[in-house]
Design a binder for this molecule. Structure first.
Ligand SMILES: Nc1ncnc2c1ncn2[C@@H]1O[C@H](COP(=O)(O)OP(=O)(O)OP(=O)(O)O)[C@@H](O)[C@H]1O
Length: 326
């Protein structure tokens, strides 16, 4: 049974004295237990609107949303909070509460009418704090946290809620690489235990390395979905994100950011890792890599030899090599 399913869902906003602004229509998608899905698309395409619509925070324009076969409209706020936890990019309303108090809010759907925490609530809170490695922050007030620390705390709050489905809007936006990898690994482990995870993101590493599936939103086009690797190889990802003009590198899943070519071209040879970084540096400086060029660079771990018909020059770093072309 799907944890979440949308059937012919239309999302967007009603407007006074004008037809509704429809951002996406006919969206039929589902998340199964154990899946991590990344929702991607350009700015303004409707990702946050989709997340808010399926969470019942804003009204849909048409179609249906189901949680384990129950229609969203038929679930009470408490029922929904036991099935779905959300980490939005918006900051919490009050910054004057402690990390522990915020995470305890995640237990609200389970605690009694006075909000008293039982042993199992405390266990869930401890588990969430341990999994996100934020023990050292537990007693701090939210206003004392950095953006990245607050982000991990918000993830811990969602984990403490112990729902089968977790939705995260840009979970790594404020995280350094180490913490991002930690959170990605954590999400993978949680998914392996049978939870479903939906991430709205612009982060190519999260979407293509972490996710089982991508949902790609585009303007005035049907939603595309599939394994990231399939959508990369058939060109769908490149097209949906409008990367064609920037030379999307399908082999490394990265973009070439460089100067316009300046008329210089070189042929390169050497070990793969050195070639990769040498290529990046040369392209950034407008130099074209062409195996038929007259100038050749032979790379090794510590030496770059530039050979042309007139000369042969030795360099011991990429930084030095670039001086040859300047
Ligand atoms: N409350 C609102 N009323 C009317 N239009 C809105 C409202 N909120 C957002 N929009 C518009 O809806 C469109 C989609 O916004 P949304 O935030 O869903 O995009 P997004 O895909 O999440 O973008 P981003 O990648 O920039 O976060 C935008 O054009 C935005 O201006």
């Amino acid at each position: 049974m799907s944890l979440l399913e949308t059937r012919s869902l239309s999302i967007g906003y009603s407007q006074k004295s004008a037809p509704p602004k429809v951002l996406q229509k006919d969206v039929s998608l589902s998340i199964n237990p154990g899946e991590i899905i990344s929702l991607m698309g350009q700015n303004g395409v409707g990702k946050t609107t989709f997340v808010k619509t399926i969470s019942g925070l804003i009204p849909k324009l048409g179609g249906e949303v189901y949680y384990q076969n129950d229609q969203l409209e038929h679930l009470s706020a408490n029922d929904l909070a036991r099935r779905l936890s959300i980490v939005l990019t918006e900051k919490p309303y009050s910054h004057n509460i402690s990390v522990l108090e915020l995470i305890a809010i995640g237990r609200h759907p389970y605690s009694n009418w006075m909000g008293v925490l039982r042993a199992q609530d405390k266990e869930a809170i401890d588990w969430a704090i341990n999994e996100t490695h934020i023990n050292y922050l537990a007693d701090k007030k939210l206003y004392e946290l950095s953006d990245g620390q607050l982000q991990k705390v918000m993830i811990a709050r969602a984990l403490a809620q112990e729902t089968d489905l977790i939705i995260l809007d840009e979970p790594a936006a404020h995280l350094d690489l180490y913490n991002k990898i930690e959170v990605m690994t954590l999400l993978r482990n949680i998914a392996q235990k049978g939870k479903g995870i939906l991430i709205s993101t612009h982060d190519m590493q999260i979407s293509t390395q972490l996710s089982d599936k991508l949902w790609l939103f585009n303007f005035n086009e049907p939603v595309q979905q599939g394994a990231p690797e399939d959508l990369i190889l058939d060109g769908t990802l490149e097209k949906t994100l409008y990367l064609q003009d920037y030379g999307y590198d399908m082999i490394h899943g990265s973009i070439h950011i460089g100067m316009p070519e300046n008329g210089t071209s070189v042929a390169l040879e050497g070990p793969e890792d050195v070639l990769f970084w040498t290529t990046q540096a040369l392209r950034r400086n407008g130099i074209k890599i062409s195996q038929s060029a007259h100038t050749t660079i032979s790379c090794s771990q510590r030496e770059w030899i530039v050979r042309s018909s007139e000369s042969s020059q030795h360099y011991t770093s990429i930084g030095e090599l670039l001086t040859y072309f300047r």
